[in-house]
Design a protein around this ligand. Structure first.
Ligand code: ADP
Ligand code: MG
Length: 323
């Protein structure tokens, strides 16, 4: 592959979970209402994503894998962000550069689809194929041609867990999309896509966790806080079950963690942590969600206001439950 593709690949494609994240976002962008993910060996040997989105025309299949190929119209705010966030139109090229890819796609309403195989980024011929509407991308033997990168991979189980995390976050940020994950032949997650966060939580995080939750809804100024938190005495266990979404994107944030835990102060057994699935929505201009493929970092313009919105919304709920 072209050296520039390999450099880009190193930035975009860190591990199977980053491949999954990019392909999932493409499926969402394509307007899919159902997405299915299948991985083997943590996604290192096999990672396949199928969506029922708009599909790609046969003639556009090779184009989609060119660097800087993007069919997505940019709004002014996106254009402004490109400089710092980068990676637009690079994901497919980067993934293909370091793996063996098969893509099958049929546009909505078209009577047939087409497929294409790429080996280390080098495309074969586009072939007419019978396939359902939507797109399937199958990524095999990730990093087969970049052994140095391969050495950084953890055990299959750790890579598979990271993929599961990415799929779980997507399922919880888009309850209107049915999301399925099959890991080494076992279905580990399948959300109904009925638009209800509660159903997505139930399907993605399990019955026990879901049954120990309280619905929470509130706001502080133009910051809204919606979702679920654990009942005080249930107090989850680890912080792994503190899931925050800002304007629909999963983020890790010490500020949000602190705001949540402060609301539970003296309401949990020692050493226990509250769990949550919280969607925080605020004006786009007041938050910078870094969309670097490998990161989930968020920077709030007014940290105090965000802290208070989360803290008081949760605390009011818990206080109300005590009286
Ligand atoms: P970007 O998403 O930034 O446009 P990508 O490299 O991820 O760049 O994808 C390149 C192009 O391939 C997209 O702009 C889109 O036109 C097409 N594409 C990729 N995945 C899908 C999909 N699942 N369904 C329909 N089109 C897709
Ligand atoms: Mg993309």
């Amino acid at each position: 592959p072209h050296i520039a593709d390999l450099i880009a690949a190193g930035e975009v494609v860190e591990r199977p979970a980053s491949v999954a994240k990019e392909l999932l976002e493409n499926a969402l962008d394509a307007g899919a209402s159902a997405i299915s993910v299948e991985v083997q060996h943590g996604g290192l040997t096999y990672l396949r994503i199928t969506d029922n989105g708009c599909g790609i025309a046969p003639g556009q299949l090779p184009t989609a894998f060119l660097r800087h190929a993007t069919s997505k119209l940019r709004r002014a705010e996106d254009l402004a962000a490109i400089g710092t966030l980068g990676f637009r139109g690079e994901a497919l090229a980067a993934i293909a550069a370091v793996s063996r890819v098969d893509i099958f796609s049929r546009e909505r309403g078209a009577d047939r689809g087409a497929s294409l195989h790429l080996e280390g980024g080098v495309p074969g011929e586009v072939t007419e194929t019978g396939c359902p509407e939507g797109t399937t991308i199958c990524v095999r033997d990730l990093f087969f041609n970049t052994p140095a990168r391969m050495k950084f991979m953890k055990k299959d189980s750790a890579e598979g867990t990271a993929v599961t995390g990415v799929v779980t976050h997507l399922a919880l940020s888009h309850p209107e999309v049915s999301v399925k994950l099959i890991r080494d032949g076992v279905e580990v997650l399948h959300t109904p896509g009925d638009g209800q966060l509660r159903s997505a939580v139930y399907a993605a995080l399990g019955r026990d966790f879901a049954l120990g939750l309280l619905p929470v809804s509130g706001c502080g100024g133009d910051i809204s806080v919606e979702g679920f938190v654990t009942k005080p005495l249930n107090g989850g266990g680890t912080r792994a079950r503190q899931l925050f979404f800002v304007n629909g994107r999963f983020v890790r944030s010490q500020l949000l963690t602190a705001a949540l835990e402060e609301a539970y102060r003296n309401r949990l057994l020692k050493g226990k942590f509250p769990g949550c699935v919280l969607h925080i929505t605020l004006p786009k201009s007041t938050v910078d969600v870094n969309v670097h493929p490998a990161k989930t970092v968020v920077k709030f313009q007014n940290e105090r206001a965000v802290f208070d919105a989360v803290h008081y919304t949760v605390k009011d709920l818990l206080t109300a439950g005590e009286t």
